[in-house]
Design a protein around this ligand. Structure first.
Ligand SMILES: *[C@@H]1O[C@H](CO)[C@@H](O)[C@H](O)[C@H]1NC(C)=O
Ligand SMILES: *[C@@H]1O[C@H](CO)[C@@H](O)[C@H](O)[C@H]1NC(C)=O
Ligand SMILES: *[C@@H]1O[C@H](CO)[C@@H](O)[C@H](O)[C@H]1NC(C)=O
Ligand SMILES: *[C@@H]1O[C@H](CO)[C@@H](O)[C@H](O)[C@H]1NC(C)=O
Ligand SMILES: *[C@@H]1O[C@H](CO)[C@@H](O)[C@H](O)[C@H]1NC(C)=O
Ligand SMILES: [Zn+2]
Length: 504
C-alpha cells in the first residue's frame, strides 16, 4: 500500500512532458547499434506482411492495409519519449483513360492522354508553336481558338498547358523528344493558377516532327480527345519527434509506409519503415542533444505525395529548424548493393549537391568503412521522399539497396551478388514479401541508420547550420489536395522517363 502510494505521488510530481529519464545516458552509436537484432527485423517484417495479407495483399494508400500499417507503427512508438502525430492530407489520384489525336482525318496510333487532362473533345485547326511553348511569346498571334503543337522540354507539361490556354489555345498536342511514349501527368490546375487544363495529348517525336514539317506556317483540321479518371481520398504521414534534444536543431529521418497495389511491399518500402521502428525504439534508452524526428510518409508510391505535402506545407520558421533529412528505402533487396546517395555529385550529376549533403554521404561512407563492408554511390536524383526537402534547401542523404535495375559485374564481385540480375527481382510485385528480404543487408543498413541517428543526435558540429535564410521554394499557391504524380517515383516502371512529368 505504502509503496504504491509513494509511486503515485512520485508520478504526479513528474513533469508532464517528461523526456528521456533524466539519468538516460547520451546516445552512442555503438550502444544504439548493438541492440538492433536481425530476429526483430524479421518479426516486424512478418507482422507487416500479415497486415498486407489481411487486407487483400497490399498496403496501398487509402486502403485498410495502409491505415493498419500506421496504427501498427503507432502502437510501437513510446509516447513518453516522442510526440507523435498524424499529418493528414487530401490526395487525388488521376489516371488517363486515353488520348486520341486525329489530324486531317487520320487517327494517330501512338497517343497518350495526359493524366489530369479533362474529359473533353476539341475540334479546331492545329498550329505550330515555337521553341517549347513555355512562354507567351512562343505562340503565334493566330493561336486563339486553335490547338497548339508543342515540343517536349524546358518546363512542366502543366506550364505549357496553362501558357497555351492563356494565349488562347483550346487544346494542346505535345510531342516527345524520342520515339517512346508514356502517360505524363499534369497535376492540379490550381497549382498553376488555372481553373482547368485544356485537353492535352502526347505523341512521339517522329509523329510530331513530321507534323511540324507538314504544317509549316499553316494549319490542318484536328481533333483532340482526352479522358481522365479521378479518385480522391485521404492519407497521412506519421511523425514522431523526440521530446528531448534541441527542438531548434531537428534531424528528420524518413521512410514510406505505403506499398504499390501489386504486392505487400516488404522490401519496398517496408524495410525502411521497419528499420525506423527498431531504431526509434532503441533510442528511447538514451538522451539526445538534437531532436530526432522520425517520419513515416504516406502515399509515396503514387508520387512522393506525403513527403511533398510535408515539405511544401511546413512554415518557413519550422523548416529553418530542420538540419537535414535522412531517407531510407529498400534496405534489404535480395541481390543488394550498399548504395549511398551521392550527395557531393562526385559520381552522378545532381543539381542538389551541397556541402551538407556531401557531409551526410561521408557519414554513411565512414560507417561502411568502419564495419568493413563495401559501398557504392547511388544517384542523388531527388526522385524519392527527400526531394521535397531538397527543394526547400534542406540537405539530405540516405541508403538504397537497389530496385529493378540490373547489378553490374563489378558490383557482383563487390557485394557477392548476381551479375545481370535485378537488385530486387520482386520489385513492385506480389513476391515482395518476407522471403524477398536479404537480412544481412537489412541489419547492416539498420545499424547504419542507427549510427547516423546517434552521430547527429549527439552533434552537428561542422555541419552548415543554421542555413543562410533562403526564401523557400516552391511556395506557390499550393493546393490542399496533393495530386498523385506517379512519375516522380524513383522507379516509375516507365523505363527511361523517370522524371518525365517533372520537366516536359
Ligand atoms: C480535405 O478536404 C476536405 C474537403 O474539401 C476538407 O474539409 C479537409 O479539411 C481537407 N483536409 C485536409 C487535411 O486538407
Ligand atoms: C500564381 O499567381 C500568384 C499570384 O499572382 C503568383 O505569385 C504565382 O507566381 C503564380 N504561380 C504560377 C505557377 O504561375
Ligand atoms: C471521365 O469519364 C470517365 C468515363 O468515360 C469516367 O470514368 C471518369 O470519372 C470521368 N472523369 C471525370 C474527371 O469526371
Ligand atoms: C563548401 O565547402 C567548401 C570547402 O570546405 C567551402 O569553401 C565553401 O564555402 C562551402 N560552401 C558553402 C555554400 O558553404
Ligand atoms: C522507396 O521509397 C522511396 C521514397 O521514400 C522511393 O523513392 C523509392 O522509389 C521507393 N522504392 C522504390 C523502389 O519504389
Ligand atoms: Zn515502390
Amino acid at each position: 500500500m505504502k509503496t504504491s502510494a509513494f509511486v503515485l505521488s512520485a508520478l504526479a510530481a513528474a513533469p508532464l512532458v517528461a523526456a528521456a529519464p533524466a539519468a538516460a545516458p547520451l546516445v552512442e552509436s555503438n550502444k544504439l547499434r548493438r541492440v538492433l537484432l536481425r530476429s526483430e527485423l524479421r518479426a516486424r517484417a512478418e507482422e507487416l506482411h500479415a497486415i498486407a495479407v489481411r487486407n487483400g495483399g497490399n498496403r496501398y494508400w487509402g486502403t485498410a492495409g495502409h491505415w493498419d500499417t500506421l496504427s501498427w507503427i503507432e502502437a510501437q512508438i513510446d509516447t513518453n519519449y516522442y510526440n507523435v502525430e498524424r499529418q493528414y492530407f487530401n490526395i487525388t489520384e488521376q489516371t488517363s483513360l486515353g488520348g486520341w489525336v486525329t489530324i486531317d482525318g487520320v487517327a494517330y496510333e501512338n497517343v497518350n492522354g495526359m493524366a489530369g487532362s479533362p474529359n473533353k473533345t476539341v475540334t479546331a485547326p492545329i498550329i505550330n508553336v515555337k521553341n517549347f511553348g513555355c512562354v507567351a511569346s512562343d505562340y503565334p498571334e493566330s493561336i486563339a481558338g486553335k490547338i497548339a503543337l508543342v515540343a517536349r522540354g524546358d518546363c512542366y507539361f502543366a506550364v505549357k498547358n496553362v501558357v497555351a490556354q492563356t494565349a488562347g489555345a483550346i487544346g494542346i498536342v505535345v510531342y516527345n523528344n524520342d520515339d517512346t511514349n508514356f502517360q505524363p501527368g499534369l497535376g492540379y490546375p490550381k497549382d498553376y493558377n488555372a481553373t482547368e487544363f485544356i485537353p492535352a495529348a502526347f505523341i512521339t517525336k517522329s509523329d510530331g516532327r513530321a507534323l511540324v514539317t507538314r504544317l509549316g506556317d499553316g494549319t490542318l483540321p484536328a481533333t483532340v480527345k482526352t479522358l481522365t479518371s479521378q479518385t480522391s481520398g485521404i492519407s497521412a504521414n506519421l511523425i514522431a519527434t523526440t521530446k528531448g534534444g534541441d527542438q531548434n536543431q531537428i534531424i528528420t529521418v524518413g521512410a514510406h509506409t505505403d506499398s504499390v497495389k501489386a504486392g505487400p511491399g516488404i522490401n519496398d518500402n517496408g524495410s525502411g519503415t521497419i528499420a525506423q521502428i527498431e531504431v526509434a525504439k532503441a533510442l528511447t534508452k538514451y538522451s539526445v542533444n538534437n531532436a530526432i524526428r522520425f517520419c513515416w510518409w504516406g502515399a509515396e508510391e503514387v508520387g512522393l505525395v506525403g513527403s511533398r505535402y510535408y515539405a511544401s506545407h511546413i512554415p518557413e520558421e519550422e523548416a529553418a529548424k530542420i538540419v537535414m533529412n535522412l531517407n531510407f528505402d529498400m534496405l534489404a533487396s535480395p541481390n543488394y548493393m550498399f548504395g549511398i546517395y551521392d550527395g557531393d555529385a562526385s559520381d552522378f550529376e545532381s543539381p542538389y549537391a551541397t556541402n551538407g549533403s556531401a557531409l551526410i554521404e561521408q557519414t554513411f561512407i565512414d560507417f561502411f568503412k568502419e564495419v568493413g563492408k563495401p559501398s557504392v554511390p547511388t544517384a542523388f536524383s531527388g526522385r524519392s521522399d527527400y526531394q521535397g526537402f531538397l527543394q526547400i534547401n534542406i540537405p539530405a542523404g540516405g541508403l538504397f539497396t537497389g530496385a529493378e535495375e540490373i547489378m553490374s559485374a563489378e558490383e557482383a564481385v563487390l557485394f557477392n551478388g548476381k551479375a545481370g540480375v535485378a537488385y530486387d527481382v520482386c520489385y513492385h510485385q506480389a513476391c515482395d514479401d518476407v522471403k524477398n528480404l536479404n537480412f544481412d543487408a537489412f541489419i547492416t543498413n539498420t545499424k547504419s541508420m542507427a549510427d547516423a541517428v546517434a552521430k547527429y543526435g549527439r552533434s552537428i558540429a561542422g555541419f552548415p547550420f543554421p542555413r543562410p535564410a533562403v526564401k523557400l521554394t516552391p511556395r506557390g499557391p499550393l493546393s490542399e489536395t496533393m495530386v498523385a504524380r506517379p512519375h516522380l517515383g524513383k522507379h516509375s516502371g516507365q523505363g527511361g522517363c523517370s522524371n518525365a512529368n517533372v520537366e516536359a
